[in-house]
Write a protein that binds this ligand. Structure first.
Ligand SMILES: Cc1cc2nc3c(=O)[nH]c(=O)nc-3n(C[C@H](O)[C@H](O)[C@H](O)COP(=O)(O)OP(=O)(O)OC[C@H]3O[C@@H](n4cnc5c(N)ncnc54)[C@H](O)[C@@H]3O)c2cc1C
Length: 426
């Protein structure tokens, strides 16, 4: 069997560097072994190496192969569960601190791009938009709440008229525009982080899937051809971590979401669709999200599969969704369609923590991980170096395993989400 490679996507076709790391063939000793080369793992590796730790990162396929190299590229503040839910889960004071950390996550992303000169087509501006009158009211109230109680002023509400002057669709009733959000090429960002980590001294191995870990004073990560002994282990396989540590894996559920990239539209036609080049996401439970690429395509994301089995006619399915928003693209040809797994938690808040004293993990960003995953890497590095208050605050968010165990959790989730899909209709 051939070695696992990247899937086909617009991002892989436009990756601006090809990093090839060798396969682990040996027994190595280090301070920290990281399992998973997405944004969480690469960021943790970089942060730790810069603090003087000897770090080995093991990636099962290729760096950026998972969600980090496939995502919508939308940079979002806050958390998928929303601040209201976070207040209920941890109390208002802690929820406010977590919100502030979500802003710091965006700052870290921008800092990384600048410091390591990562070419990833960063663009400022993101709108979350309402499809239903209920959502219109909720978004308006949210923008007011953020300004009044969170002192957050980069966000403002746009009425339909203003939104329609930017976005060439009549589908949305209004939305919240945030200059602090934005979008980027997520694979190029991830590769940029990996390169910076390598330059900081991290030993990265690809096609080196960890098949087993042993815990204890000196944890060991075992691959088919080698092993790494370490003092601390970081698990950053997120939705793709499979049967390594069942207790934490039971608290997330892999769910597929999909993206279609059109052929290049040219700058004129592309900016007729989204004149200010912002990213856009609606606030349905099963949401549409879209943006322009640097070469003026529309990247249109949406849909979910709880079975994680891709639709047979993925391109046609995604095209139908895109035409519901932009019927004027009828004659435009799709160029790429792909999907990936998002790790969701039951309450849609991220799940960070420790197993024993020296195994750390961060997962379950619930579709909100582009900025937060990088920050999770920083928090794990901080915690490992002895300052764990901020990491531990995330650990206070209560999480439950998906009911039904490995085989039943999917049908139960489908039942649960049918309720929310119905709610999206009103
Ligand atoms: C289609 C799609 C669209 C998305 N859109 C957005 C968006 O617009 N905005 C946003 O904020 N978030 C979005 N997300 C979510 C976001 O991409 C993720 O939250 C984030 O990238 C998670 O990063 P990660 O490093 O934790 O996981 P991943 O990027 O999935 O990386 C995990 C890595 O671990 C490796 N791995 C797993 N198990 C092992 C093992 N045993 N041994 C070795 N390696 C292993 C995998 O091969 C993989 O490369 C989207 C996700 C998808 C799939």
């Amino acid at each position: 069997m051939g070695k696992p490679e990247h899937i086909s996507s617009y991002y892989v076709a436009t990756a601006n560097q090809s990093l090839n790391f060798s396969q682990l063939q040996d027994t190595l000793d280090c301070d920290v072994c990281i399992v998973g080369g997405g944004i969480t793992g690469c960021s943790a590796a970089l942060q730790l190496a810069e603090r003087g730790y000897q770090v080995v990162l093991l990636e099962g396929t290729r760096v950026g192969w998972g969600a980090s190299g496939r995502s919508g590229g939308q940079i979002l503040q806050g958390f998928a569960c929303g601040q209201g839910r976070l207040n209920q889960l941890v109390g208002a004071e802690a929820a406010l601190t977590l919100w502030q950390m979500s802003l710091e996550a965006i700052e870290l992303l921008k800092y990384n791009i600048k410091k390591y000169d990562i070419q990833c087509d960063f663009q400022q501006g993101l709108a979350e938009v309402a499809v239903k009158p209920r959502q219109y009211k909720e978004l308006k109230a949210w923008a007011e709440e953020m300004q009044r109680h969170y002192n957050y002023h980069s966000m403002r509400f746009m009425e339909k008229e203003e939104l329609c002057s930017i976005l060439a669709t009549k589908r949305y009733l209004g939305g919240v525009y945030d200059t602090n959000g934005g979008h980027l090429h997520p694979l190029n960002y991830t590769l940029g982080l990996a390169k910076a980590a390598q330059q900081a001294g991290v030993k990265i191995f690809e096609q080196s899937a960890v098949i087993r870990v042993t815990q204890g004073q000196q944890p060991v990560a075992v691959t088919a051809q080698g092993q790494v002994r370490c003092r601390h282990l970081i698990l950053s396989g997120n939705a793709y971590l499979h049967q390594i540590l069942p207790a934490i894996e039971a608290k997330v559920m892999p769910v597929s979401t999909y993206i279609l990239a059109t052929e290049p539209l040219g700058k004129t036609q592309a900016t007729q669709l989204i004149s200010n080049n912002m990213a856009v996401a609606d606030v349905n439970f099963v949401l549409d999200y879209f943006r322009l690429s640097a070469d003026w395509r529309l990247l249109f994301g949406g849909g979910v599969s709880y079975s994680t089995v891709d639709p047979i006619h993925l391109t046609q399915t995604m095209r139908r969704k895109m035409l519901r928003v932009f019927p004027q693209l009828q004659a435009i040809k799709p160029a790429f369609a792909w999907g990936g797994h998002v790790a969701i938690t039951i309450n849609r808040a991220p799940h960070f923590g420790r197993v024993g004293s020296n195994v750390y993990f961060a997962q379950g960003y619930s579709g909100h991980g582009l900025a937060m995953a990088g920050f999770a890497g920083k928090l794990m590095a901080e915690a490992l170096a002895g300052t764990s208050e901020r990491f531990d605050l995330f650990g206070e968010i209560p999480h439950h395993p998906f009911p039904g165990g490995r085989w039943l959790r999917m049908p139960l989730l489908v039942l649960g989400t049918t309720y929310y899909k119905l709610k999206d209709l009103f």
